[in-house]
Design a protein around this ligand. Structure first.
Ligand code: ZN
Ligand code: ZN
Length: 580
């Protein structure tokens, strides 16, 4: 287990002990142990190797042993037994925002709550509102938490589905009767979260393909099994549909089932206006038999051909959302969407200086492998104490370290010095101007007081944007997809303020964040906003998240000219200079 996973286990142990009502010293030991691990600067692997975990400030001998076991075995019998002794329903209740170990214990003891179901009933009956320390506001919050949990459980992150999709496509392509195969639906349009997966296959011999599909490893339930369409549910909860069509109709089915519905409606309207009808089976002459394709339609082999048939330029799947893509394709003026290979470096990254798991040197090494020209580091500032944020003197020594690194010639990459500076409750920044001025750039982010009113939050963020030291706004809504709703904020006002102050808004490429939302980018770019695709990496592997950010940028109609980190090192340097 790595450090991050171990920290999670320690925190879980503390919560489970709270549910069991264990003594507070014991609980505190695990909490402060987790915090101590978060705080260490040294290489954790080295510490374990040298058996010096118990030398870490805040970690005693007994806890050090448990940490070492977790690291070496990936498992801890004490933790497994503890977890098994708590009803799974109570553990589920912990996923409701605002419910920690103590509150779950209280609910269990005073109202017998042992599941989300009984929790919901107690909310609706008013029993929870009468409990000490709860009230009607917390009841409301719990209820909306339950509604969200239900909605979240039905969807999956696009990012987490990649391996699964690739495996199915790989398997399909190995079958001799498959002529063409593709994923379709919202996955192909690269929506940030997806409900189910659709695959389209072109084949003249569907039977063996269907047999292969319904017998795939991991299939839990077959909900439909036909000769040309089947649906299965996998153990991981995802529903997968497979449609098989004759090879010469593949392109029509692929386009149709890629969607979106809005896009399809608009394209069908265009077809009708030109005297044709369009469906998943092909292009037909209006009012005639649907058995015969319209003249010229048999030559349609690719989606580009299909759009060309209707006198449109190719519309990439990411753009098929009914946001005006048809009328721009008609004029041939769709944007040239940003590509992953056009990214030249990334800015919002964390190292072991705050809550990252890898050192600056290791991160630079990975950036070299990705073929980048530069990388910037933006560790947390001191108000994010839970993330081991940097105070003024730590920032200064980081700047020194980066200067020395750049001068050393160890790497061809240029390293930029930045900070992810907390936007405090009143909109001021967490570090002194004299410090911020010495950095190459500042990412300003909200990490606290999420429950402010929309007005307060909007004013707070605008105040930060107006600070001349701020270069970019980090994760502008605080949302965690399928985990936490965004805070209330007027994004239109934020966008206007960012443009007026030449502040960049990031696309936080962490697959759980992906804000600013793609639906806002098209207009914002037209109005002159710049974006930066920021992985918010906390480890070398997280740097790969930039690809998820590129997906979102593409969905937002963004071209490379509007992406800060598609600029060359030289251009970045002069851009930073010109800003101030
Ligand atoms: Zn952050
Ligand atoms: Zn961050």
């Amino acid at each position: 287990m790595n450090k991050v996973e171990i920290i999670k286990v320690l925190k879980n142990i503390a919560v489970f002990l709270e549910i069991k009502g264990e003594n507070s010293f014991k609980i505190r030991a695990y909490k402060s142990g987790a915090r101590a691990l978060e705080r260490i600067d040294e290489d954790f692997d080295e510490i374990v190797k040298h058996n010096t975990v118990d030398k870490i400030d805040g970690i005693g001998k007994a806890l050090a042993e448990k940490i070492t076991t977790l690291y070496r075995e990936g498992d801890l019998p004490f933790y497994n037994l503890l977890k098994a002794s708590i009803s799974p329903g109570l553990i589920e209740c912990l996923s409701i925002p605002g419910l920690g170990g103590k509150k779950v214990k209280q609910l269990h003891e005073s109202l017998g709550i042992d599941s989300i179901d009984s929790l919901k009933k107690a909310c609706l009956s008013g029993a929870i509102a009468e409990l000490n320390g709860f009230g009607s506001k917390s009841t409301e919050k719990i209820l909306s938490g339950i509604v969200n949990l239900d909605a979240y459980s039905k969807r999956h992150l696009w990012w987490s589905m990649q391996g699964f999709v690739d495996e199915i496509i790989y398997g399909l392509n190995k079958l001799s009767s498959v002529d063409k195969a593709s994923v379709a639906g919202s996955y192909r349009r690269r929506l940030e979260t997806i409900g189910d997966l659709d695959f389209i296959v072109g084949s003249e011999d569907p039977k063996p393909i269907m047999e292969w599909f319904v017998n795939l490893e991991g299939v839990k339930e077959i909900t439909a099994h036909g000769s040309t369409k089947s649906s299965v549910r996998f153990k991981n909860g995802i529903q997968v549909d497979l449609r098989i069509v004759p090879a010469d109709r593949f392109v029509f089915a692929l386009h149709h089932f890629t969607g979106s519905k809005e896009h399809n409606v608009l394209l069908r309207q265009r077809a009708l206006s030109m005297g044709y009808s369009l469906s998943e089976w092909g292009i037909f002459t209006k009012d005639e038999s649907t058995d015969f394709l319209a003249e010229g339609a048999e030559a349609v082999e690719t989606e580009a051909d299909l759009f060309k048939f209707f006198k449109l330029s190719m519309i990439e799947p990411e753009l098929r959302e009914g946001f005006g893509e048809i009328s721009l394709a008609q004029k041939g003026v769709l944007p040239k969407l940003i590509e992953p290979c056009q990214i030249k470096g990334v800015f919002h990254n964390h190292t072991t200086l705050s809550d990252g798991t890898d050192t600056l040197e290791a991160m630079v090494g990975k950036a070299e492998l990705l073929g980048w020209e530069y990388i910037g580091f933006a560790d947390h500032s001191k108000a994010s104490f839970q993330a081991n944020g940097l105070d003024e003197s730590s920032v200064l020594s980081m700047i020194d370290k980066i200067n020395i690194f750049n001068d050393s010639g160890v790497s061809n990459l240029t390293v930029f010095s930045g900070i992810e500076c907390d936007i405090l409750k009143n909109g001021t920044l967490d570090l002194d101007t004299s410090i911020l001025e010495q950095l190459d750039y500042v990412v300003a982010s909200v990490h606290s007081s999420f429950s402010q009113s929309e007005e307060e939050m909007t004013e707070r963020i605008i105040r930060a944007i107006e600070d001349p030291n701020v270069t970019m706004l980090g994760h502008p809504t605080g949302r965690l997809l399928l985990k936490r709703e965004p805070y209330k904020v007027d994004m239109n006002k934020i966008i206007d303020a960012a443009i007026a102050n030449k502040v960049v808004i990031e696309i936080n490429a962490n697959p759980h964040r992906l804000d600013m939302d793609w639906r806002l980018w098209k207009q914002a770019i037209e109005d002159g906003l710049m974006c930066s695709i920021n992985p918010d990496a906390h480890s070398i592997n997280d740097l790969e998240y930039f690809r998820a950010g590129v997906n979102i940028a593409r969905k937002g109609w963004i071209e490379k000219e509007s992406v800060l980190n598609a600029k060359t090192t030289e251009d970045i340097m002069s851009w930073f200079k010109e800003r101030v």
